[in-house]
Design a protein around this ligand. Structure first.
Ligand code: ADP
Ligand code: MG
Length: 479
């Protein structure tokens, strides 16, 4: 190490040290004190080798983190200070290796208060009125009071996961249900079910300790413990719980150290007959980047998936939420939302909340019209995408024509009119431009499309049965 530093003249190495100090000061300014202390403070500069600045960190985890999150920025800062540096190499320091004094890390006492907090986590959660007089640790944070079993609407897509969650809450650590592995897409109720289990265990088994935290928080806590050489306390605290819940486990992927620690905690708890509940966006078998032995253990209890919602479930959820909001919402409006917003429950809820807020704010009842108005952007974003091909096919089918008639040169009225209808619908239901629509209809000019659109609109006002026909086609395409 000294040799590498010695490649530079004393004067140059003084400059390097000064540059390094400026780079760190700059980073500290950019990322803020808390983040800087968490991840960057322990960086030391080993030296400059050729066009590479070599930076050391004490653990593999920190190395990977800094590399992944600050690597590019570090390189840019180095280049600005020292154009000869084109690359940076972040390494794990060898234990006991002497650091070049000028490049050492800041001799700063670790302030325990500087640990960042914020992600949802909770140890021994209790409803506010029953808060324990003495919190056992600084990990206590309230669970979401809304996320209970009674507010969870059960339907075909989630009934199995729900039943498993209830079972675990009633009889924690029963054979066959440990670990409980819940998985499903975003916003389908994984966190809700986990909190519900925690609330319910508190109620049914008040003596049991429940720790709930996101995988990110688990990782963060673990790293903080490593840094402050407090891993014993971390392990002891976790291993003393009766139920450990880790939400969004997919975030542990690729985080080897943390995974290892989780694996040990996991084994220790299961061996002691404690319950583990884990959630993820994928089943254990699809969690690439997770060690095989952990994957195996994760899958050996109960794996329950939450499927995408159905129309019926969405409608029931909306009905339940509207009733809870105590604002009358016409069924037609709930149907509209259940029909249009199909991705996840969080968005569905968001849309309903917006309607309710709007109604309260302006003191006006919610109607189908106001819903369309208030949710204009949301509904638009969820508009089903229809292709021109689909429109041509449906229209041809409806008028008993062949698909090729849509782009043929035939001008007979019985072909030309349906073609115009298809062009009209293409304009209404897709984002395509007039020239593009024209091209797809046998290379016709955009003025032809324009004419078709206005002609169909005109006919619709004159001929109710024609208007009905077009409306029906539109409905079929949109559903
Ligand atoms: P995930 O953790 O799977 O991303 P959440 O549990 O955070 O999803 O759920 C998103 C939102 O949708 C929450 O507000 C939750 O209460 C609500 N939600 C999801 N599923 C249901 C359900 N079956 N009944 C009632 N609310 C639900
Ligand atoms: Mg969640």
């Amino acid at each position: 190490m000294e040799e590498q530093a010695g490649v530079l003249s004393p004067q140059a190495s003084g400059q390097v040290a000064a540059s390094w100090a400026r780079i760190r000061a700059r980073l500290r300014e950019e990322v803020g004190e808390v983040e800087y202390r968490s991840w960057l403070r322990q960086m030391t500069l080993q030296g400059i080798e050729g066009d590479e600045a070599i930076i050391l960190l004490p653990t593999r985890f920190l190395r990977d983190w800094v590399n992944g999150h600050y690597g590019d920025r570090l390189r840019a800062l180095w280049q600005a200070e020292f154009p000869a540096v084109r690359r940076i190499d972040i390494r794990v320091a060898q234990a006991g290796a002497a650091q070049p004094a000028a490049a050492g890390m800041e001799p700063e006492a670790d302030d325990p208060r500087s640990a960042p907090t914020g992600l949802a986590e909770s140890l021994t959660p209790r409803p506010a009125e029953a808060r324990p007089a003495e919190p056992r640790s600084d990990w206590i944070a309230p669970l979401e009071p809304r996320f209970t079993f009674s507010s969870f609407v059960v339907g075909k897509p989630n009934e199995f996961a729900y039943a498993c969650a209830r079972r675990v809450a009633e009889k924690p650590a029963s054979p066959g249900f440990n670990p409980l592995f819940l998985y499903g897409g975003v916003g389908l109720g994984k966190t809700h079910l986990m909190h519900a289990i925690a609330w319910s265990i508190q109620e049914l088994h008040p003596a049991r300790t429940v720790a709930y935290m996101s995988a990110e928080k688990f990782m963060y806590r673990f790293i903080a413990a490593l840094r402050s050489q407090n891993t014993m306390e971390f392990k002891e605290t976790l291993r003393a719980v009766d139920v450990l819940m880790i939400d969004d486990l997919q975030f542990l992927i690729g985080k080897d150290n943390t995974q290892e620690e989780f694996f040990h905690t996991f084994n220790a708890l299961v061996d002691q007959g404690k319950q583990i509940v884990v959630s993820s966006d994928k089943p254990p078998s699809d969690l690439a980047g997770i060690e095989d032995r952990l994957r195996t253990r994760l899958g050996c209890g109960m794996v329950a998936d939450i499927h995408a919602t159905t129309y019926e479930l969405r409608l029931s959820i909306l009905e339940a939420k509207a009733a809870a909001a105590q604002v009358p919402v016409p069924l037609k409006v709930l149907e509209l939302l259940a029909h249009k917003i199909t991705t996840n429950v969080r968005e569905l809820e968001g849309a309903l909340n917006r309607l309710v807020a709007h109604a309260n704010l302006f003191g006006r009842p919610i109607t189908l019209e106001s819903a369309h108005e208030v949710l204009h952007d949301v509904l638009r974003a969820h508009e089903k995408r229809v292709s021109i091909e689909e429109i041509q096919r449906k229209v041809a089918e409806h008028y008993n024509l062949r698909l090729t008639d849509m782009s043929s040169a035939r001008r007979a009225r019985n072909v030309a009119r349906p073609r115009q209808v298809a062009m009209y619908l293409a304009k209404q239901l897709t984002q395509r431009s007039l020239p593009e629509i024209g091209r797809r209809f046998g290379n016709r000019d955009h003025t032809t499309v324009m004419h078709a659109v206005s002609r169909v609109a005109e006919l619709m006002t004159q001929d109710p049965s024609f208007a009905e026909d077009v409306a029906l086609l539109r409905k079929m395409l949109e559903s």
